[in-house]
Write a protein that binds this ligand. Sequence first.
Ligand code: HEM
Length: 435
Amino acid sequence: MATKFQDPQRLQSLKQYHISEEYGFILPEPLTKLPPYFQPWMEVAGHVSELVCSQSLRVSVHKMPLLETHFLQSHRELRLAHLALSVMTMGYVWQEGEKHTVQVLPKNLAIPYWEVSQRLGLPPVLTHADGVLANWRKKDPKGSDVNLELLFSLPGGDSVRGFFLVTLMVEKAAVPGLKVIPDVIGGIRHGDVAMVTRALNIISQAIGSMKEALQLMHVYVDPSAFYGIMRIFLSGWKDNPAMPEGLVYAGVRDEPMEFSGGSAAQSSLLHCFDELLGVRHDEESGAFLTRMRDYMPPSHKRFIEDISRGPSLQAFVGARAVQSLTEAYGRCVSRLVDLRSYHISVVSRFVTVPASQARHLRAEARASPENHGALVRAPVALEERGTGGSGIMSFLKAVRDQTKDALITACATESKDTIVFITSPTENRFIRSSY
Ligand code: HEM
């Protein structure tokens, strides 16, 4: 029977990182309304899809008054404001597609967006923390979590709803695993093999549930709508050939600034599991993933960094050499590899395949110009890149393969190193001596 270690600081510690026991990194019950003063924002942000479709979003934004952001007070108000300003900005920049972008975001959008971003510690661009974590409500407030709706949408119809809500379900599926990370760390500190094993079993199950949730992408998102219509609205202005100069935020700074677009690479989940399990990424992939941490709420980024500063799970597993612990650790790594492999197949279906179809259709459309489907009009600038700006497949495969290496490293640790474990709470560290 597993020991149940009651760490009095455990709940408190999750809370201090703004991680919810019920929702993990998801913002619990986001506000759906701002004070009436901000109605001009809510009015436009609530109709971005229609306004883009009628090519009148830019005009509507120009008519908005320049509002004072000091009337926004709580964290949840700021998150809703950031989300509203984000969807308006993405619509504003990409309304005319990749060929007719803007170089300047007007003052009435740029100044409040910058101020709200500064207060939240988020960049002034649509992030995973906006589109997924803070963009939901229950249709029936007393209903279950499957009864969800978006607060704001983007062009792409039901696929936008599917994309954001399925990603939200992946975040939710991870919560049991996220919650026991302090148990793993506490267990290592107290030399409690049973507690670490139990927590790792919960983590591997949670990673399995994340994969199950990710499978729903195929049910709720249409690849042509995703690739041909909505994807550009997630794109940023860093490493994007369609906006090589970046974007000037008028009234904030005269020089253009560059920000990556929204990507689930900005989700804190896999960053946490990587740090905990000792997954190490090479310089190039690691640099991209580390940069993505600047697109997370600062308290979530701090949680990841604190895990990385904690005691080494890999070394603990190696030193204890207890079969059940080693197996539990191995299952976590294998499930993570499996999740990443599955994610690669999702990306292939939603990006690689439609990209190749689009190339084919464009060639055909040149011969018969009446063919005007969504894929024919799909942007080409990000064909080879993700919305976060990465070179997609080589990056994702490298990250997946580096996950596998964690197992090899753990085995090497087991066979080559002698590890002396120091249990003093003030000296929680391993002393390692190779022989
Ligand atoms: C249609 C669905 C999806 C597509 C097309 C997609 C596409 C991509 C792409 C292109 C990247 C490369 C980074 C970039 O430039 O953005 C990426 C990275 C990533 N995506 Fe997704 N993604 C999808 C859904 C999800 C979901 C639901 C999750 C889970 C929360 C997720 C988690 C990740 C993670 C963690 C990375 C960073 C690489 C890694 O750690 O393995 N993705 N995704």
